[in-house]
Design a protein around this ligand. Structure first.
Ligand SMILES: C[S@@+](CC[C@H](N)C(=O)[O-])C[C@H]1O[C@@H](n2cnc3c(N)ncnc32)[C@H](O)[C@@H]1O
Length: 257
């Protein structure tokens, strides 16, 4: 399987924002059975976060869904919080998120989307109010280079300001790339289509757990309010339910003043 993985991943565009936008430009079907690897099409993962979010996020502040993709979690957040802003580096992702959200009359008034590279200096500007904003970020830090993680976290610090909190949920799979793709259903006979598309078109993901969090969100500048293990739910690609759940890590933090 290794030669096939190497051959597929070689075709991904080396410029990460370009790779992401090309990926989203090619997506036609979302939800369970669709083309997006990390989209389970179900709300069970979000419902597992709901109480944590309600416990720590001030509902008077907007919630910014950083790296919102096609907006599935942005819409779920809008079912709980009155003002949610989805931001993504990919214009095609944002266009798709806007279209899918407009179709949902219950939340259309509560969400808006913007194209932003959240690793760029100044990217946090204008998203929060005077006290800042809350941040929700799922499945983004583990796809960034270590330098981009640091740059993005600096924007999260500015965004959170004095009143906001940051909720993160990331995959934290321990193992090599073959273990990872095998967990998701790849065999020597074939690779499920959403997984193959991600390998072919996107930067190779890493993992993000307590050690990575301590490196980019260190205790001296960030107060850790809560953390633990979660399962990141993916698009079901085999008949084995556990294969569509990736071991993950969540944390809630706020910047120290
Ligand atoms: C694995 S997807 C997760 C999408 C969404 N959070 C979800 O869980 O459904 C990662 C997302 O991060 C976005 N992204 C990658 N780099 C980014 C950056 N520098 N700034 C903003 N978004 C970025 C990608 O376009 C993609 O939509």
């Amino acid at each position: 399987m290794i030669p096939k993985l190497v051959r597929l991943s070689r075709s991904a565009h080396k410029d990460r924002p370009v790779a992401w936008d090309r990926y989203w430009a090619g997506i036609k079907v979302t939800g369970a059975g669709g083309e997006v690897l990390w989209d389970s099409g179900r709300d069970s993962e979000f419902l597992g976060y709901r109480n944590v979010l309600v416990r720590h996020l001030d509902p008077k502040l907007p919630v910014v869904d950083v790296g919102c993709g096609h907006g599935s979690f942005t819409r779920a957040l809008a079912g709980v919080f009155p003002a949610v802003i989805g931001v993504d580096v990919s214009a095609h992702a944002v266009a798709r998120a806007r279209t899918e959200s407009a179709a949902d009359g219950n939340i259309a008034e509560r969400v808006r989307y913007e194209v932003r590279d959240m690793t760029a200096p100044g990217a946090a500007r204008g998203l929060g109010d005077q006290r800042g904003a809350n941040v929700f970020i799922r499945g983004v830090l583990h796809v960034l280079s270590p330098d981009d993680q640091v740059a993005l976290v600096e924007n999260l610090r500015l965004l959170a300001g004095s009143g906001g909190a940051v909720f993160l949920a990331e995959t934290n799979f321990q193992g090599n790339p073959v273990d990872y793709v095998s967990h998701l259903g790849a065999t020597t006979r074939g690779i499920p289509a959403p997984l193959e598309r991600a390998i072919r078109e996107l930067p190779m993901p890493g993992h993000f757990g307590p050690a990575e969090r301590a490196r980019v969100l260190p205790e001296d500048t960030w107060e850790l309010l809560e953390d633990g293990a979660v399962a990141i739910e993916t698009n079901p690609m085999t008949d084995v339910a556990e294969q569509s759940r990736i071991p993950g890590y969540y944390a809630v933090l706020r910047p120290r003043s």
